[in-house]
Design a binder for this molecule. Structure first.
Ligand code: GLU
Length: 303
């Protein structure tokens, strides 16, 4: 008997709306990379940000994945039930002196003279790094960063480096509203699920250094990363609920494969999902992926 492939991939949607063409591309790219490696593919529902959750979206996403033939292994992990794990990780970092309370308001940070990070957020100026000013209460908890660049090689986008202290600043792990931050939860869960390969949209490329930094502090293995181009609309905006992206389904699979540089043969474009995906798994070759961070989504009737 041959041993199982050590590959473990995952798709981690946020249930803020139904699956749209952009999220289908991420799911499909991740699924194909896992299946071509004869690996395991997990789905994790990132329902951490309850205020942003749309009722019914999580079930709708899972139904669409099933309709698209993107079957997952095991049960779906839901972040909403995992606060104790995030709390334990935060406590370990706090005990090691890596985390500190921050009393700054959003406005105070916005008014500071630090620059903007690549994702448009204000770089945290480090105001509370050496302790809260007298009379200030803790609002959030931040992790310390350093000036040493975090480096990694993205399988598609190539070598990356980010000096977190200067380019992002100490970042939030527990938010002022009491919710654990995405950056902490994703690191805890990728480690807990034994994820070896993260394939996701390039909008998250700028988050990866923060995640690797947390993996380093927590002693977790760093997965391989592949950041796919994100689908953008005519205005150059990422497809999302905010940009009114239309819900998608199996009819978009051929266009999603085109988008990923794997245009199916004409006779397969209308084939049943199972046949189309069987072709795509054997055709899958990351060297065919467009080496870009963003690409226009196809015409609306294909998405
Ligand atoms: N939940 C995130 C999103 O939907 C994806 C997180 C990830 O893949 O790391 O944008």
């Amino acid at each position: 008997m041959t041993s199982a492939s050590p590959y473990v991939g995952r798709f981690a949607p946020s249930p803020s709306g139904p699956l749209h063409f952009g999220s289908l591309v991420a799911a499909l790219g991740s699924w194909l990379d896992a299946r071509a490696a004869r690996g395991t593919w997990l789905v994790r529902m990132e329902d951490l940000d309850r205020p942003r959750e749309q009722p019914g979206a999580a079930e709708a996403i899972l139904r669409t994945l099933q309709d698209c033939g993107l079957t997952w292994d095991g049960t779906v992990l839901r972040q909403s039930g995992r606060d104790a794990h995030y709390a334990a990780a935060l406590e370990r970092l706090r005990a090691a002196g890596q985390v500190y309370p921050c009393g700054c308001t959003r406005k105070e940070i916005a008014d500071s003279s630090t620059g903007l990070a690549r994702d448009g957020a204000q770089v945290y100026p480090g105001t509370c790094r050496h302790g809260l000013a007298p009379g200030r209460a803790a609002r959030a908890f931040r992790v310390r960063t350093t000036s040493e660049p975090v480096r990694f090689i993205d399988r598609l986008q190539g070598p990356q480096a980010q000096a977190l202290e200067r380019e992002v600043g100490d970042f939030v792990l527990l938010r002022a509203d009491g919710l654990y931050a995405y950056q902490l939860a994703v690191v805890v869960d990728d480690a807990a699920q034994g994820v070896t390969d993260v394939v996701r949209g390039a909008d998250l490329l700028e988050s990866t250094a923060r995640q690797i930094w947390l993996q380093t502090l927590l002693g977790c293995a760093t997965p391989r990363y592949l950041h796919l181009p994100v689908a953008v609309n005519a205005a150059g905006e990422k497809l999302s609920k905010q940009t009114h992206a239309a819900p998608t389904g199996p009819h978009s699979l051929p266009a999603a494969l085109d988008f990923l540089g794997h245009a199916p043969p004409p006779e397969l474009r209308a084939a049943p999902v199972r046949e189309l995906l069987a072709w795509a798994v054997q055709a899958w070759d990351p060297a065919r992926l467009p080496r870009q961070r963003a690409l226009p989504a196809p015409d609306r009737d294909e998405t």
